[in-house]
Design a protein around this ligand. Sequence first.
Ligand code: SF4
Length: 206
Amino acid sequence: MKKITDYLDCLFPNPKPELLYNNDFEFLIAVVLSAQSTDKKVNKVTKVLFEKYDINSLKDANIDDIINIIKPLGMSKKKAYYIIEISKDIINKYNNKIPNNRDELMTMSGVGRKTANVVLAQLYNKPYIGVDTHINRVSKRLGLAKEQDTVLIIEEKLYRVFPKELYSRLHLQMVLFGRYYCKAHNPQCNECKLKDICKYYEKKDK
Ligand code: SF4
């Protein structure tokens, strides 16, 4: 596993999320909005959304206005409902603070395990990995998980093979690696230093 972490450290020595945000609330909302979309699109939308709304005004927002702003992201009706409900919960139940544990986070609309893990890792430096589409693909290609593994099984397997103190850093690095190198289509295998341990490359090379 050291080979993987060394290579990711070399490619991404200072990994950061690509979602833009100014405070914890904006990060949570950006992660919720990013489902089935891209960080680039989310950043464009949140620039408009957070210029117009903060947590207090979002709680009382007209849902049609929110739908209109976030339309480019897809699932806009659902997402608009989620972020209004989340704003209400953060104010009414959590005293304006983003909860720092998964159970409370996951009681909120639109917050699943992956979103909760990403938020806890980023905002509270907790040892979690949020398995998204990139981590799913990279883990399977590198043989860290099996093709049929669910995201929960992949998450557990990653916890078993990597040191706990690296989880939140590894999460960011694997997402960036999947996004820019080990892409779904045309991964950059020729220049990849993991090809000698990569199951996908081994098969492709036969
Ligand atoms: S060799 Fe290709 S498929 Fe394997 S990890 Fe590297 S980029 Fe991804």
